[in-house]
Design a protein. Structure first.
Length: 140
């Protein structure tokens, strides 16, 4: 179909989504990108956040949380290679709040640069999960 683009979202755990879309939105490091059918080729890094897929004929977007990764765009194909990926509806708010608390505690206690960077990355992932949960709540 000329008005769609094939989307694959995969992580180390396996494929989480494969299907056609009329539009895809992803959290690129430089800012959110929107990909439509016949988009110019693109390769970029992704930060933790929400990937949204507008499936043809569906009123509601499909949402996925990724923990970072890479995005490859070809004219008829979008591939999200995620560090971790989960359907947004399966996110656990209590676990995200606990991860944020642990990351904040670790940032207070750590003086080693590597440990501090790991804590900051964990805090970014938890914050992105909580934003995705909040966005889902507003949709309902």
């Amino acid at each position: 179909m000329a008005n769609t683009i094939h989307v694959d979202i995969v992580s180390a755990e396996g494929q989480i989504y494969a299907g056609d879309a009329s539009m895809v939105f992803a959290p690129a490091v430089e800012g959110e990108v929107g990909i439509a059918p016949r988009h110019a080729p693109l390769l970029t890094n992704l930060k933790p956040g929400e990937v949204r897929v507008q499936a043809p004929g569906e009123a509601e977007e499909l949402s996925f949380f990724i923990g970072g990764g890479a995005l490859e765009v070809q004219p008829n194909q979008v591939t999200v290679l995620a560090d971790t990926a989960i359907r947004a509806r399966d996110l656990d708010e209590a676990a995200a709040l606990e991860a944020r608390r642990r990351a904040e505690d670790a940032m207070q206690e750590r003086t080693d640069k590597i440990e501090l960077a790991e804590a900051q990355a964990e805090l970014a992932r938890a914050a992105a999960q909580l934003r995705a949960i909040e966005r889902l709540r507003k949709k309902r």
